[in-house]
Design a protein around this ligand. Structure first.
Ligand SMILES: *Cc1c(COP(=O)(O)O)cnc(C)c1O
Length: 363
């Protein structure tokens, strides 16, 4: 079986966890601080705040900026539900702007159409590891005085114009096992703003800097030293993981290009794509439909994923909340996309087999 995702855990991670367990300090301690510093350095951000999930990172980022009831936050409908839910958690309203067909990311022109006097922030997602158009989004944010919070949960080390994602605004990363690096469960916030940094630190730990003195309403979103020890080792390997993903994607691209009806992933100029997912589109012009293609791939032990089969505004939860948007690009993409294995454990033999299998069905 070639799985669609596989965490890459080695002896270094195991040894680091054992050391923490033996130290007796297993909740938040010095390892978390060390991981925060190392992550900030690698992302080119002034500060990082570790939390216990990517969802918590988004939630805290929203709250740290004072986003709440009465505010609108413009985001992508083509993402994991946590993106939009982080807005709901604060009492603010997610507003969906349609996406670009080639990058699957929020379309800056569509953001403009959704701005109202209530708009407080824009929340782009760097989906599948391809940066959103941060030049256009930064200009819009500047013109309309909007906060930028970046959902970089799939885009560790991805770059736009030479800068890492998560540094154009406040960034939120995830370390879930399927992501480009993992801590089991975990998340990280990046910021250059000392006030956001201080506020986020209070929010993640019961509003408390000094033990049993609580300044604001906070949560328990702390990361453990066990998780941070894994993260420190994973971060050292992130460059290697990213190279492997990019090489696998380039190999798939050259093997799958020119198949009628199959659209391979694009990489925009000035963007470094880190291929959290390698996602193709099976369009109407393809000889087989997407479900038939997936069936044959799975029968041949090739793992696949549909990210995402239902855009957020069409989810039962959002229907219930009264969303009736029509977002045709996101809706079309959800019918056409299929992701193929691209993670660092995929071998050249695996890639050749994937390419041969797809060509066998589609040609
Ligand atoms: C994984 C993910 C999240 C949430 O991260 P968790 O660590 O699972 O809470 C949010 N947004 C996107 C785009 C993700 O892929």
């Amino acid at each position: 079986m070639i799985p669609i995702a596989k965490p890459h855990i080695g002896e270094d991670e195991k040894n680091a966890v054992m050391k923490v367990l033996e130290s007796g300090v297993i909740a938040e301690g010095t390892k978390v601080l060390e991981f925060e510093k190392a992550f900030a350095r690698s992302a080119g951000a002034k500060y990082s705040i570790a939390v216990n999930s990517g969802t918590a990172a988004l939630h805290v980022a929203m709250l740290a900026h004072g986003i709440g009831g009465g505010d609108e936050v413009i985001t992508s409908p083509f993402t994991f539900i946590a993106t939009a839910n982080s807005v709901l958690f604060t009492g603010a309203k997610p507003v969906f702007a349609d996406i670009e067909e080639d990058t699957f990311n929020i379309d800056p022109d569509k953001i403009l159409e959704k701005i109202t006097p209530g708009t407080k922030a824009v929340l782009p997602v760097h989906l599948f590891g391809h940066p959103a158009n941060m030049k256009a989004i930064s200009e819009i944010a500047e013109d309309h005085n909007l906060i930028i919070i970046e959902d970089a949960c799939q885009a560790h080390a991805a770059k736009f114009n030479g800068s890492c994602v998560g540094t154009f605004g406040t960034g939120a990363f995830s370390f879930y096992p399927t992501k480009n690096m993992t801590t089991g469960e975990g998340g990280m916030i990046t910021t250059d703003d000392p006030q956001i940094y201080e506020h986020a630190k209070l929010l993640k730990s019961h509003g408390s800097k000094q033990r049993y003195l609580h300044e604001i309403l906070g949560y328990n979103f702390r990361m453990t030293d066990i998780a941070a020890a894994i993260g420190i080792e994973q971060l050292k390997k992130l460059g290697m993981f990213t190279n492997a993903r990019q090489e696998n994607a380039a190999y798939l691209n050259s093997g799958l290009k020119d198949i009628s009806g199959i659209v391979i992933p694009c990489i925009r100029q000035d963007c470094e794509h880190v291929f959290h997912q390698y996602t193709i589109r099976v369009t109407e012009d393809c000889k087989v439909d997407r479900d038939a293609l997936i069936k044959v791939l799975n029968e041949n032990s090739i793992g696949t994923g549909i990210y995402y089969p239902l855009p957020v505004h069409k989810q039962p939860l959002y229907r219930e909340l009264g969303y009736t948007d029509s977002l045709p690009v996101a809706e079309k993409m959800s019918r056409e996309v299929v992701s193929l294995p691209v993670h660092p454990s995929v071998t050249e033999t695996d890639l050749d087999f994937i390419i041969k299998t797809i060509r066998g069905i589609c040609e």
